[in-house]
Ligand binder design. Sequence first.
Ligand SMILES: N[C@@H](CCC(=O)N[C@@H](CS)C(=O)NCC(=O)O)C(=O)O
Length: 222
Amino acid sequence: MTQAIRLYGTPLSNYYNKVKIALLEQNRPFEEILVRPTDRWPEGSPTGKVPYLETPDGCLVFESQAIIEYLEETRGQAPSLYPVDAVERARCRELISYLELYLELPARRLYGAAFWGGTLAPGLAEEVTADVARGLVYLARRADFLPWLCGHDFTHADAAAWAHFATMKRALQFVGAASLLQDVLPPLADYLEKLLNRASIQRTQADLRVEFRQRFGKASPA
Ligand SMILES: N[C@@H](CCC(=O)N[C@@H](CS)C(=O)NCC(=O)O)C(=O)O
């Protein structure tokens, strides 16, 4: 008998949560294996980062977007989280790139100080908020909030958006820029509220809060 898909990582990781939301939305059975990033190879991933996924045959897939593509290719009767139209599918992937390259990666420079007790280098908050503001403009040019980022149906772009914005919001709060997201992109406030109505996101947020409390002994701010 083949085993269930195994997802390795931690509910504190936004990239892990992007994949977990996709698995939940597709209603795929999966097992979660709690591992923290490690630079011991081959114990973890080639980059030391999470998430990674073990297929039912015991093969490993690394990098969240590669995992998403694997899930799509092996979905069988499960629903696709990409639009039907090829150009829209391309736009969906494009939006994920904007979220990750121009929003999450710049914001990540704050995470050491915001989440792990590091020091905030002088000028870093200003640099990051300027970069994130620019990234929001790129996203605004191509997302349509109808009500989802890429049309009328929930897609992988929305799974990535919740995972990344939830983490970014906490980091921006830490540097006193809590309102940046909705100041630059006003539809974001309602959109993020709407995302919270989905069972996949409610479960992912609840698991994040449980892990946060276990790890840090206090309630998560998001
Ligand atoms: N490009 C990677 C990014 C994954 C990533 O940055 N994971 C973070 C957790 S959210 C991590 O493992 N960080 C530990 C490290 O950088 O050593 C992906 O899409 O999977």
